[in-house]
Write a new protein. Structure first.
Length: 133
């Protein structure tokens, strides 16, 4: 998706475009970011952010409620030297229909620099069970 690449908000926050292919609205209740940099920082498998976003038929852009790409916390920083290329999957928990997900490979910089990028040849596979979303 297009965004203002000079904006510092994109260093940590993320956005997803969710397409409701049905004919009735649904409700997004949560975005779960498995393998996200912020989850690694907090020594967790995934980080969830709760939403109450109406998803009318068609495309809706949803912004993360907080940091997804954050590699520094109040107490410590992520040692990106321990990570190379890791999958990150976002799953949209919806009220109606299956919960779609999307996976990309995140490439971590060396040592404490933690320069993040999307890995070349990243699968970018969108997984959806069809249905209303």
């Amino acid at each position: 998706m297009d965004w203002e690449k000079e904006s510092t908000i994109w260093n940590e926050y993320a956005a997803v475009v969710i397409e409701n292919k049905g004919t009735i609205p649904s409700l997004l209740s949560e975005l779960e970011w498995a393998g996200a940099p912020v989850a690694h920082l907090q020594s967790k498998d995934a980080q969830s952010y709760y939403h109450e976003v109406r998803l009318p038929p068609g495309e809706t852009t949803v912004y993360s409620a907080d940091s997804v790409y954050g590699t520094e916390g109040a107490v410590h920083s992520l040692d990106c030297g321990e990570l190379e290329i890791e999958p990150m999957t976002v799953t949209a928990i919806t009220q109606v229909g299956p919960d779609p997900s999307y996976t990309q490979e995140i490439k971590y910089g060396d040592g404490q620099s933690c320069e993040l990028s999307i890995a070349e040849g990243s699968p970018g596979e969108s997984i959806s069970g069809g249905g209303e979303n």
